[in-house]
Design a protein around this ligand. Structure first.
Ligand code: SF4
Length: 754
């Protein structure tokens, strides 16, 4: 008789974190649907959620390590792979020092409990400042601006979606992406609920996205000019004297007058020709934001991936503050994460603050931000001789060759490395350069808790998932792979016991907490706490998570709050625990030296001068022949991966160059013909899709495609290869405050192929 069970788990694919109900018959997954009882997602899933099954059974997914010999990857045992890793890393460290080891941490790591608890251990073991990640591809500006304003890069205000009456979205398309830096399963449903209660959605985007199509109003802004529009909104709001601040926020604000003075040049009239949004509209939107009772501005990818990414991200919060909507029900609010967040750590209401530039990259002197350098600078750090030149890379769950600017240059640089390790489940466009590929188990074989993404959730919730399927015999768990890699990098050799690395990782956390007077375990005996955590037999990320839950704001404090949460209680709640709607957190959430929201950080005020100098040069006419490239996202896509799942890529080619009918006519191109797109760094040929959902002068290619290269093993993706938009993006173009890549508004020339 077959053994049938239905288990729940959180989908780890995107930031929405939907609950899944998974039917398993005799260790075979037969069906995946939305978990109707999930406290947060209530049954919602997108087309990707059910494909965890196809991902698990994908024959191209690596189950055993691969070692490259004579240019060809061959499957080897784990023992053999570890020996090759030890030999390769030791050789590079001995010859060139630790600074010659670079790391790149990919986006899936943010959705992965093992990576979130053990990547830190790996970075410390390597001991190099040559650290890069997907953060500088699309999100770090928001973290830097939040750090400067509120003292912690984790204190990102999110729109209070379920209670707001007015939502202004810039550069985000949650109908395709499901939200980002704003964790909200069924984001579209939450928008539609707002509209049903009489609320209004306004979308600012060069494309009439699916989200814009749902909006009461679409403002087709010129790419890369969000900061100008936001500055004009803030300028307009300040004209009335900001009386709204006196009532509630004023006491917590520092630097208002300085910001108002610095915004003076950015009147709606002054920026109108730059943004393409007329002054009257800007003034009306400012008034609507101020007068709607509750309103939130939410900016995402488009605001971050411009050369003013940090300034635009800051201005989003300035506008939320100037309308009196920060930290107010229905406005932009701070989540209170249940475990492991930087915004609940340390003394309430005051802190050391936040700064960047504690170091500078070796070649172009980019300032460090959040302990890393710009991903766009990786290639030059590999290519350029001298002390600290990167000779070896460790890439964890990332595909930077498709995801970062000027891919061609990075691919050539990676080919020249002396040694490379990829922790990846696919032989893809990046791991093909690795000497060793270490495959983690599939998503269904891991436990899960959204340690990072619940920091940005629109409700305070917690949801833990046990592995659905067992590990294959003699296969390490993902945390064990990262722990072993750490041990080898630290010089402990291939026989190092990962259990010792685990004990050390937990011990360091426990020691820190017991010495921190702001925690609920201050002064407690470390060994006693470790023993208590170990009683269950848990190891690795689960034991660390239990600790983080217990010392968190809703935690049991190891007995001091007996009704509080711990991992046992979460396991007993398979649909999650809802800790309620967001509540105002000022001033407790602040970690700035002044104990106030530091509105006028010098770097941001100075950047307004740079913004002003761009006003004059960015008044290009719509009739100009010059075009700019923007990206786009599709619901069935997930950055550069998941393209090997047939059900997600079948049908009409989605990797098309969208172009406005007027531009198509001017260029003499017709639908489905190929055009050539050229930028400073590269050329691609792409099929044309003519659509009036994009403004004139702008073309759009989705990112994450370009799977036709040799040496990979993703057979389905190859059949739907598309072209790589990052062959066109320019690694020299960065947001100087955060190091984020500029991925939108790339100047291009589009030509008909005769
Ligand atoms: S929206 Fe995101 S979390 Fe939800 S099912 Fe889709 S991929 Fe998974």
């Amino acid at each position: 008789m077959s053994n049938k069970r239905v288990v729940t788990r959180t989908c780890p694919l995107c930031e929405a974190g939907c609950g899944l109900a998974i039917t398993v018959v005799d260790d075979e997954v037969t069906h995946i649907r939305g978990d109707l009882d999930d406290v947060f997602s209530k049954g919602f899933i997108c087309p990707k959620g059910s494909t965890l099954k196809q991902l698990h059974y994908d024959p191209d997914r690596l189950r055993m390590p691969m070692v490259k010999r004579n240019g060809v990857h061959q499957q080897v045992s784990w023992a053999e792979a570890w020996h090759v890793v030890a030999e390769g890393l030791t050789s590079v460290i001995n010859s060139h020092g630790r600074e010659s080891i670079g790391t790149y941490l990919g986006n899936p790591g943010a959705h992965n409990l093992s990576a979130l608890t053990f990547n830190r251990v790996l970075l410390q073991a390597i001991g190099s400042r040559q650290r890069f990640s997907a953060s500088t591809v699309d999100q770090i500006p928001k973290q830097v601006s939040s750090g400067l304003l509120f003292g912690s890069a984790s204190s990102v205000p999110v729109p209070d979606l379920d209670r707001t009456q007015y939502l202004l979205i810039l550069g985000a398309n949650p109908y395709e992406s499901n939200g980002s830096l704003c964790t909200a399963p069924d984001f579209p449903g939450r928008i539609e609920a707002m509209q049903s209660r009489g609320g209004k959605l306004v979308v600012v985007d060069p494309r009439k996205t699916r989200t814009a199509a749902q909006a009461e109003e679409w403002l087709p802004i010129r790419p890369g000019t969000d900061a100008f529009f936001l500055a004009a909104l803030a300028n307009t709001l300040a004209e009335g004297g900001l009386q709204v601040l006196d009532e509630r926020l004023g006491a917590y604000l520092a630097g208002v007058d300085e910001v108002v003075a610095a915004l003076a040049p950015f009147t709606p009239e002054a920026v109108a020709s730059t943004t393409g949004i007329d002054a009257r509209t800007t003034r009306r939107i400012a008034g609507e934001l101020r007068d709607s009772g509750s309103a939130a501005v939410y900016g995402r990818l488009g605001t971050c991936t411009s050369s003013f990414g940090t300034t635009a991200s800051w201005l989003v919060d300035v506008v939320n503050i100037f309308t009196g909507n920060l930290d107010r029900v229905g406005g932009a609010m701070f989540p209170l994460p249940v475990a492991g967040s930087g915004n609940t750590r340390g003394q309430s209401g005051v802190g050391k603050g936040f700064r960047t530039g504690r170091g500078f990259s070796r070649v172009s002197r980019h300032p460090e931000a959040l302990g890393e350098y710009p991903a766009a600078a990786m290639a030059e750090e590999i290519e350029t001789p001298g002390d600290g030149q990167i000779r070896a890379m460790i890439v964890v769950c990332g595909n930077p060759v498709l995801s970062t600017p000027n891919s061609d240059r990075l691919a050539k640089a990676m080919d020249d490395l002396e040694f490379m390790v990829s922790v990846d489940m696919y032989l893809n466009e990046t791991s093909k350069f690795a000497d060793v590929i270490l495959p983690p188990p599939s998503q269904l074989q891991r436990s899960h808790y959204d340690l990072a993404l619940l920091t940005f959730a629109v409700r305070n919730v917690a949801n833990y998932s046990e592995p659905v399927l067992p590990l294959a015999p003699d296969t390490p768990d993902e945390w064990e792979i990262l722990a072993k890699l750490s041990a080898i990098a630290a010089g402990m050799g291939v026989d190092a016991d990962v259990g010792n690395v685990d004990d050390l990782a937990l011990g360091t956390l426990v020691q820190g907490a017991t010495k921190d007077s702001s925690t609920n375990v201050y002064g407690r005996d470390e060994q006693e706490l470790v023993a208590e955590l170990s009683k269950s037999g848990r190891r690795g990320p689960d034991r660390i998570l239990d600790f983080m839950l217990r010392i968190g704001p809703f935690g049991d404090g190891f007995g001091s709050s007996p009704d509080g949460v711990n991992l046992d209680k979460l396991i007993a709640a398979p649909h999650g625990i809802d800790f309620g709607a967001l509540e105002p957190r000022l001033p407790e959430v602040l970690r700035t030296p002044s104990g106030k929201i530091e509105l006028a950080a010098p770097s941001l005020i100075n950047d307004l001068s740079r913004l002003e100098s761009r006003l004059a040069e960015s008044t290009k006419s719509d009739d100009s022949d010059q075009m700019v490239l923007v990206g786009r996202r599709h619901l069935r896509s997930n950055n550069s991966w998941m393209h090997n799942i047939e059900v997600l890529v079948k049908g009409k080619d989605r990797c098309t160059l969208q172009i406005n009918p007027d531009d198509a006519q001017r260029l003499g191109v017709s639908p489905d013909t190929l055009v050539r797109v050229k930028s400073r760094v590269g050329v691609v040929d792409a099929p044309v899709e003519i659509t009036d959902s994009i403004r004139r002068g702008v073309v759009s290619l989705p990112h994450g495609w370009g799977h036709s290269v040799e040496g990979t093993r993703t057979r389905v993706a190859k059949m739907h290869a598309g072209v790589n938009s990052n062959l066109l993006t320019d690694e020299r173009e960065l947001d100087p405050l955060s190091g984020n890549s500029v991925l939108n508004g790339i100047p291009v020339v589009v030509e008909r192929i005769i």
